[in-house]
Write a protein that binds this ligand. Sequence first.
Ligand SMILES: Nc1ncnc2c1ncn2[C@@H]1O[C@H](COP(=O)(O)OP(=O)(O)OP(=O)(O)O)[C@@H](O)[C@H]1O
Ligand SMILES: [Mg+2]
Length: 247
Amino acid sequence: MDILKINNLFASYGDKEVLKDLSMNIKKNKITAIIGPSGCGKSTLLTALNLMIEENGGNFAGEILFKDKDILSYEKNDIRRMIGIVFQKPTPFPFSIYKNLTYAPIYYGTKDKKELNNIVKATLKEAGLFHEINEDLNMLATKLSGGQQQRLCIARALTVKPEVLLLDEPCSALDIKNTQNIEEMLLKFSQDYTIIIVTHNLAQAKRISDYTAFILDGELIEYEETEEMFTNPKDRRTKEYIEGIYG
Ligand SMILES: Nc1ncnc2c1ncn2[C@@H]1O[C@H](COP(=O)(O)OP(=O)(O)OP(=O)(O)O)[C@@H](O)[C@H]1O
Ligand SMILES: [Mg+2]
C-alpha cells in the first residue's frame, strides 16, 4: 500500500524554485532513502511532507496525499503527529529525559501519569536506550552523548505514535557505533512505521533501505528498489552519482 502519494510537487522559497514536478509514491512499512547532492532539495521534500515547509518560508504546489486524502485537508497538528521528523543535529529540549518524552503526549492530551510513564518506558525501549538511562530519567537530556541524544530524539518522535518517520541525515553527526545502533533500530522499526531517510551515506542507503530515490537539482531522476538502483541504475546521472563522480 502507498501511504503517501506525491503528485507533480513543486516547492519554492520566494521565487527560488527548489522541487520541480516531483511525483513518487511511498510504500507503507518500508524504508525509503532519499539521496542526491547538497542543495538538491532533499530536506525541502521532507518538510513539505509534514507541512513544515511554510514555517521555513517556503511553499508548495501540486498534491500530496496521505492515506489517499489531501494532506491539506488534515489539521496541521494531526499531520505533525502522524508524520514525525528528526533532524541531522540532535535537538533534545533542555529539560530532563522524562520531560522530553512526555512533552508531546501531554500537548496532545495525555494526562494520566501512569500512561505517560508507560509511553516513556516503551519509547526508550524502542530506541534501545532503556537500559542505558532507565535509572536516571531526571537527567538533563543535553548531558547525554551525541548518539544517545539522537536516539532520544527518535524516541521523542515515537511518543505520539506516528505512522511515518522522516529522518533528515540522522547519523551524519555520529560515529560508526552510534550509526550502527540507529540503523539496527530503523530496521526493526519498519514493521511498525514507514520511514523516509535522507542520507549522504550511500552505503547506509544500501544497507537499510528498500527503495531509493535520487534527486538532482530538484528533479526526481530515478526511484527504484534499492538493490536494483545500486546494481543497475537506469539513468546515466544516477550511475555517475553512485559512482561518486559528483555530489
Ligand atoms: N528556508 C529557506 N529559505 C530559502 N531558501 C532555502 C531555504 N531552505 C533551503 N533553501 C534553498 O533550497 C535549496 C534546497 O535546499 P535543501 O535544504 O532542501 O537541500 P538538501 O538537498 O537538503 O541539501 P543538503 O544535502 O545540503 O542538506 C537550496 O538551494 C537552499 O539554499
Ligand atoms: Mg538537507
